[in-house]
Design a protein around this ligand. Sequence first.
Ligand code: UD1
Length: 398
Amino acid sequence: MKIISVVGARPNFMKIAPFIRAIEAYNRENKPGIGHILVHTGQHYDDRMNRAFFEALDIPDADINLGIGSGSHAEQVGQTMIAFEKVLQKQKPDWVVVVGDVNATCACSITAKKELVRLAHIEAGLRSRDMSMPEEINRLVTDRLADLLLTPDRLSGENLRNEGVPEERICFVGNIMIDTLEAQRGKAEGLGLGSVIEGHLHKDGNQKAEDGRRKTEDRGQRTEIRDEGFAVMTMHRPSNVDFPDVLGALVDFLCDEVCGEMPLVWPIHPRTEGNLKKFGLWEKVAGTKNMVLLNPVGYHEMLRLNMAARVMLTDSGGLQEECCVLGTPCLTLRWNTERPVTLKEHGGASVLVGNEIARLKKAFRETLKEERRPVRPELWDGRTAGRCLEAIVSADNS
Ligand code: UD1
């Protein structure tokens, strides 16, 4: 059997790493083994969003890089399809395996099915029911086309059944990201908080303090980051960062409320940094006492921050899941989530707060009273990748 698996953007990398390990383990036990080709569409290309993750998670270099880069959605999806079609025609795989919900996932799914190649989707069945999210469109298209839908939780399976997906295509395997979390937890624990911060301080993000003259180094040392004594923040969704009034109100909340209470460590996504600068908000953020702006951090560094944070503020889906397993109280800066299993009403650690400031303030205050409470949804046990591969092998034989 020959498999092509696809990655494109940062959240894909922690999902593909355990799958590659599972193929390697299978090939040690079985002859003939599985032929595997890793294709990177090139959607994320900055070293800190890309190479750093390949190195940290020991992912082999992609066999083929399509070099797509940034662009509009149509540009990214269209160019990926054109390039990936050539790969499929040359390589003739039996299966294409896609993960998650980024543009690469959708583009390569369409191309695979048009080339009559069987398609497996890892992380199938997630639904936010918010069609303004590009990821929701990617999920719907991918799941409509996939031959094998590998789901992370039981709610996702229900979503697929409600959409009429035949039972024999659905396989509940658990959450593959948690395989990576469990494999890397020990290494993350070994990192010093101070060195994580100092190693990633944003060069022009920490220059101004109340005296207006303090240098980056001074800020890093002065803002004391202690276990359970700081907040962490990540934000990159267009709905939060693309509109000046929305982003401005969020910045006021972060600088006035959160930083008034405790240090806020904010590894900043390139899209968010660009918009803060464009909307004239960068000076305020960079100049606020207790605000610690970082460049995008690596996998272990983020895990270390998450393990030690008093509270997480995020619009990332993956972080909601990691907070659930680590027990970090999580304020999700969205009105909906495709991952309801991570919400408090389902036993998780996260509450939806959208981007309405009054609601955010209230939830933030309430969260400060909470304790860390780890929760492990069914089959989030660190062994999902093996079940994914087993399901593909079994579907290939049937
Ligand atoms: C993409 C995914 C999103 C995922 C996120 C994680 C889609 C639809 N979105 O969003 O689901 O949560 O990745 O980060 O696939 N840029 C760089 N360097 C890079 C990559 C991007 O500077 O290596 C900048 C470019 O200005 C680009 C912008 O970031 O235009 C946005 O990048 P893009 O890949 O379009 O989407 P993300 O917002 O990263």
